[in-house]
Write a protein that binds this ligand. Sequence first.
Ligand SMILES: *Cc1c(COP(=O)(O)O)cnc(C)c1O
Length: 215
Amino acid sequence: MGVNISAYRDIKKFLDDHKVELIAVSKTKPVEDILELYQLGQRDFGENYVQELVEKAEQLPKDIRWHFIGHLQTNKVKLIAPFVQLIHGVDSLKLLKEISKQGAKCNRVIDCLLQVHIAKEETKFGFDEEELRLVMDQLEVQGMANVQIAGLMGMASFTKDMQLVKAEFQKLKALFDKYPQLRILSMGMSSDYKIAVEQKSNMVRIGSLLFGQRV
Ligand SMILES: *Cc1c(COP(=O)(O)O)cnc(C)c1O
């Protein structure tokens, strides 16, 4: 168990070759494990739980870029607004408004990704295509000066059917291409990051391959 250094090196090289950014997903893992990857040069880490993220950020080097990749509750936005690098899973206009409000309080423009529902499962959060269009159209009207929609994020179905996963990533890439102002396409995890990169993801979120299985 523990950090898999050789997997990190291999994955990092593969991603560098494809100009894809790596978010090391450290949820549930101790700060010692994060430091191990930090010492190898990794600076972008992803967490799913606000409390855990805040505690880790306090203990770890200040040049770590923290990505919030979980389901964010509006009442917790204020806890991460002062320092978070990128919020990946924005799935409602209400949440976006709160992020802008908290961004204003700390004088920041907070980068966000809109989560798009591409999987078959009902349990995955996110906008559908039509909802996405509405949000993109409404943004300026609503004058949210302290959020920046930097891109899209999606999770494929949890399945062994890699053709389905590929089709879902293709769909997300096609949506991404509709909005040339977007620059980040966050798709791909441990089980499917190679397929995601083939489908032109430019940011992947990898946990278990680097840190071992979570319990
Ligand atoms: C946990 C998580 C990951 C990483 O999952 P692995 O399968 O361990 O690579 C990526 N994205 C999101 C949104 C997650 O919640």
